[in-house]
Design a protein around this ligand. Sequence first.
Ligand code: ARG
Length: 578
Amino acid sequence: MLKTRIEEKFIQAFKKAYPSQDLQTLSIELNRSTHPRFGHYQCNSAMKFTKILGIPPREIASQIVENVQASNHDGVIERLEIAGPGFINVSLSAKYLSEYCQQMLTCKIPSTDKPQRVVIDFSSPNTAKEMHVGHLRSTIIGDCLARLFEFLGHDVLRLNHIGDWGTAFGMLIAYIQQFDNGILLGEKKCDLTLLVRHYKAAKKLFDEDAAFKKQAQLAVVALQQGDQHALKAWQMICEISRQAYQEIYDLLDIKLVERGESFYNPQLAEVVKDCEAKGLVTLSDGAKCIFLEGFVNREGEPLPFILQKSDGGYNYSTTDLAAIRHRIEDEKAKRIIYVVDCGQATHLTMLFAAAQKAGYLNPKEVKAQHVAFGVVLGPDGKKFKTRSGEVEKLIDLLTTAISKAQEILTARNQENNQGLSATQIKDIAEILGINAVKYSDLSCNRMHDYTFSYERMLRFEGNTAAFLMYAYVRIHGIKRKAKQVKIDAIKLEHPAEITLGLHLAQFTEMLDSIAEDLMPNRLCEYLYELAETFNAFFRDCRVLDVPEQNQRLALCELTEKVLKHGLEILGLKTVVIM
Ligand code: ARG
């Protein structure tokens, strides 16, 4: 990485200047400069060290500068400059940047030297319920993180923790058996919409009718005891739901391994026993609970992490505790990422604390993280809903984005006389529509609530999917126009070329930092800046029919490569005309 190469020089310079200091405590920090007039990187460590060393910061800085300069026989650094109280501004040499970029162009972009087993729990809708926009966010963000870790060379397991088990299914099974048994006999077709309707009706009846309630409870028992009829009905319900979800995953081009809550069901009793044996369980109103330090409800009373209810039933928490153990002990995960809405933050912090207490999770060896995100709002600023007040069906939302993309592309095609055929427009619209939905979600800081707007996500200007896709199209256009296909080595000379080259060279360090903070919006910003930097280069430097043509074409080629990789990590597809 570019940054580590420079950082290494600074570390050596500090070691040489202050050999008796422990560099573990004196950590050297190098940051991207905020403005070109401050060079390419900035080292602010001198100010930090001044207290520890008892030396004025500018004095430290000049000592470091001297030592770095002495190590510059490789010509990596062009200029070092001390500014203000003791900032060191670093400018890299154009020659070194050119070589670095050339290397990126000809070689595979390097992956990690420490591959890890990473489990990502994302999407995770609930059987017999429609997937909602919250699940869409989880699906899009989780897939992006999975793609990032895969790109970096990690071993990723993408898990769909579907809510496919629990007492509610007894209700649904009893209802279908009684009122729509044709479904179970295979005589009648059933889709998720009908299933959801039956589910609602079953719930209503359960609350109103004691006889039905009894039947539903019997169905739960039957299911839990592995009764053949009950199991078959349950499997059918799961399959209908699965098909509906798969339609969405196919449209989004997202791969997931289904491992729903039911998978862990056989382990629950044992997990509870294990926690009891370890002395973690307290009885509270008949329920088996773990009480964790520091967790209280609004009234200030201790908040229980419930493992088993007084009726013997297990909880969402029990399943998650079994799941985290399985992921660590059987799947050998070194990092577990839960992409779940902010509303479940307490549940997940308690889960991690409980898992630690039970000895399943050792934070020194395994990192468990909650990748939280805000709610999706409609244009009215309220929680996203359709006119009917029902939660919008995801599939409708995606197909609407595609058809709106098609309208926009058709209009542009006419206005600009682009000469695209109807099939071409249709194909591009399918890609643009989905890209737009994904990008508008990913480009906003996930911790913020996100306002859904077809109009905004389908714009061609600004930080949007279309803008980036268009930059990619433009590079292809340039390459098509260049009659010669010979490409020279990258040689950065003009300031616009150096700015572009530097930005390209920072691709991997940017990905690495996102693997730390798990904020996909930073990749979007990087790519947006890349497109803008490229446009500035193209405006200021003529590419075709000039002596520099072939070296500039090489720079275009690298921009294309980085843009494509970046978009792929976001889960976006590219087109060559638009
Ligand atoms: N099914 C849950 C829901 O829809 C999300 C599950 C998240 N994953 C987990 N391991 N708890 O809210």
